[in-house]
Design a protein. Structure first.
Length: 278
């Protein structure tokens, strides 16, 4: 009779640590949520942790109109979607050449991409600013799209190359014997199998770009080109005396990315679990 092996305490310790980490991450969101709907007087009397007794929605309309949030929201959506599409397309094409095409010097190319996406943004600020000024992309959302599209492509290429390097050679050889060319193999075989992984990358690129602050702060000077994160930064100084207004601004600022994640979470999880090719 086979004895059932007892589980040690390590899995429960890890699970408990992950739960605590999740709660610590969600706590600021909870504080922003309860204070965004709380009247300023209640905040002063009851503090930040108390639930609101009355709902005050006026701060949302005030923030929306004062910062022209519709324009900021449109800019962020256009930039984030464009970066996601450009980066996923370039990553797939480059990774296909490296992983399936097995180009010469592919290890050096991968090493270059790995170094490129690990460079701190602080080290790139002045070169990017100077270049954007010279080529007339300063204070232009296309400058932001190009920069983050290129930066995201480095990460995407490195990730997809490791997946494509394990692609079954037998499957590719069978397709070649049947007369399929390189283009048909890419469209009909490789792309369908990689679609879940590509969607995961697109989602990550969208969220990362949405939350970017430093580079847009330096390169987007005019109010019409600002993003949601920059609009939220404006409220930090503007509403210093009213923490509930800052909480409302924060809630309005990060809710679009949360909604985006909730809508596509099933596809995202499916891509994470089945996207790898073995």
């Amino acid at each position: 009779m086979i004895k059932k092996q007892k589980k040690g305490p390590i899995p429960y310790v890890i699970l408990g640590g992950l739960i605590l980490l999740a709660l610590a991450w969600l706590f600021p969101l909870y504080i922003a949520l309860i204070n965004a709907f709380k009247p300023a007087k209640e905040f002063v009397v009851n503090g930040a942790l108390a639930l609101p007794h009355h709902l005050d929605l006026s701060k949302f309309g005030k923030f929306w109109n004062e910062v022209n949030y519709t324009k900021k929201l449109t800019n962020s959506i256009v930039i984030s979607l464009s970066v996601a599409l450009i980066a996923v397309t370039l990553s797939f094409m480059t990774a296909y050449a490296i992983g399936i095409g097995r180009i010469k010097g592919r290890n050096w190319v991968l090493a270059f991409f790995m170094v490129a996406f690990t460079i701190p943004q602080e080290a790139m600020i002045y070169p990017l600013y100077d270049t954007a000024k010279k080529i007339n992309l300063y204070d232009n959302i296309w400058g932001i799209i190009i920069i983050f599209g290129v930066l995201s492509t480095g990460f995407g290429t490195y990730t997809l190359s490791s997946v494509l390097s394990t692609f079954p050679d037998e499957l590719l050889e069978s397709a070649r014997i049947d007369g399929a060319g390189a283009g048909k193999i890419m469209r009909s075989i490789v792309l369908p199998l990689l679609r879940p992984t590509l969607f995961v990358l697109a989602t990550l690129f969208f969220i990362f770009t949405w939350n970017e602050f430093m580079i847009p702060l330096v390169l987007l000077a005019s109010n019409d080109n600002e993003t949601v994160t920059l609009a939220m930064a404006v409220t930090t100084g503007q509403y210093t005396s009213d923490p509930t207004a800052r909480a409302a601004a924060a809630l309005v600022g990060f809710m679009p990315s949360v909604i985006f994640f909730l809508i596509f979470q099933r596809t995202l999880m499916r891509g994470i679990t089945v996207g790898a090719i073995k």
